[in-house]
Design a protein around this ligand. Structure first.
Ligand code: ZN
Length: 104
C-alpha cells in the first residue's frame, strides 16, 4: 500500500475541508440586512451553510483519525470484520474505516 500517497491525499483533503469550514464560519458571522425578505433568504442560506459546516467537521474528524491510524500502523483494516480494505477503496475514500461489504 502506498502510505505516502494516502497521507498526502488525506492531508490535502484536510486542509481543503478546513478552508471550507473557515469560510462557512465567516459567512455565518456576517451581519443581517434590515430587509425582512432578504433576512428570510439569509436564514435559508445559513441553514445550508450550517449543514455544510457540520459535514465538513465530521469529515475533518474522520480524516484526523485516519491519519492517526496511518501513523500507528492500524490503517487499512476494516473496523468491523478486520479484513484489509482494498487499496482502490482507500484511494477513493481514504478516511473510510470499513470495507465495502461492512459499510453497507
Ligand atoms: Zn469489513
Amino acid at each position: 500500500m502506498n502510505i505516502e500517497r494516502l497521507r498526502r491525499q488525506l492531508t490535502e483533503r484536510l486542509s481543503e475541508l478546513e478552508g471550507r469550514l473557515a469560510s462557512v464560519r465567516q459567512d455565518l458571522r456576517k451581519s443581517h440586512s434590515a430587509d425582512s425578505a432578504e433576512q428570510a433568504q439569509e436564514r435559508e442560506n445559513e441553514e445550508v451553510e450550517s449543514a455544510i459546516g457540520v459535514e465538513a467537521e465530521q469529515s475533518i474528524r474522520e480524516i484526523r483519525l485516519a491519519l492517526e491510524r496511518l501513523e500507528s500502523g492500524d490503517y487499512g483494516e476494516c473496523d468491523r470484520c478486520g479484513e484489509p480494505i482494498p487499496e482502490a477503496r482507500l484511494l477513493a475514500r481514504p478516511e473510510t474505516t470499513r470495507c465495502v461489504a461492512c459499510a453497507e
